[in-house]
Ligand binder design. Structure first.
Ligand SMILES: *Cc1c(COP(=O)(O)O)cnc(C)c1O
Length: 232
């Protein structure tokens, strides 16, 4: 299956894109003096078809990310084995479903959200991993201040959650030094929060994120192509 690409790039299949991304990631990781196996690719499949998700998993993708519970749920039926990351806002009444259908929530920026997830996890008898979302960008609405991340992490651990690290969304700017400064804020919060996962970097800025210590990049459009604009 061919993807629709911009006029300036050669057509590539989804498989080719995944393999190219994995190769580039290995190169950038080595260039940053780190272990090639230290960075996970999460394919962000929001507003992408189930068919594309299956194709990416067939190509070797091990992790996917979704932002909307209702949309994700429909696409998850009979998917091949893959780890599922929830990246969006957790509505309290969806916490139970999210805990049962996902392996991790990356977007916890308030104690209330954490409590809802912790309650659902207790009911399901699961130890559930989360990341603390920190705000490092003026254009981003969500996330807790990096300086408050370790306090929230402690409160979430007190609720019984496994806090495995930090997630952040970089600033939307062409200024590479501004992106780097923001990413280093997230890396600093990660070192205080602890855990194994610094989820940092998207299609446009993942190289910079890897240079700043990211262990997990979240790639949507660079892997799956442009997102559908129709409402789901
Ligand atoms: C949509 C989204 C991504 C992927 O964005 P791309 O720019 O398409 O790679 C990554 N992280 C989060 C939290 C998102 O909402």
């Amino acid at each position: 299956m061919k993807l629709e690409l911009g006029a300036d790039s050669a057509p590539m299949t989804l498989r080719e894109r995944f393999l190219t991304l994995a190769q580039e990631l290995a190169r950038e990781t080595r260039a940053a003096g780190r272990s090639t196996f230290g960075v996970t690719i999460v394919g962000v499949s929001k507003k992408q078809s189930r068919e594309k998700i299956v194709e990416a998993i067939d190509a070797g993708l091990t992790d996917i990310g979704e932002n909307y519970y209702q949309e994700a749920r429909k696409k998850f039926t009979r998917l091949p084995p893959v780890r599922k990351h929830f990246l969006g806002r957790v509505q309290t009444n969806k916490a139970k479903g999210i805990v049962s259908d996902f392996d991790m929530v990356q977007s916890v920026d308030r104690l209330e959200t954490g409590r809802a997830i912790a309650r659902a996890a207790r009911e399901a008898g699961k130890a559930f991993p989360v990341l603390v979302q920190v705000n490092i960008s003026p254009s981003e609405r969500f996330g807790i201040a990096p300086s408050s991340a370790d306090r929230l992490a402690q409160q979430l651990r007190d609720e019984g959650l496994i806090v495995d690290g930090v997630m952040a969304i970089g600033p939307i700017t062409p200024d590479q030094s501004e992106i780097r400064r923001a990413f280093l804020l997230a890396a600093g919060a990660f070192s205080r929060v602890g855990g194994k996962t610094l989820s940092l970097g998207m299609s446009g800025d993942w190289r910079q994120a890897v240079a700043c210590g990211s262990t997990m990049i979240r790639i949507g459009t660079a892997l799956f192509g442009q997102r559908s604009t129709t409402k789901r």
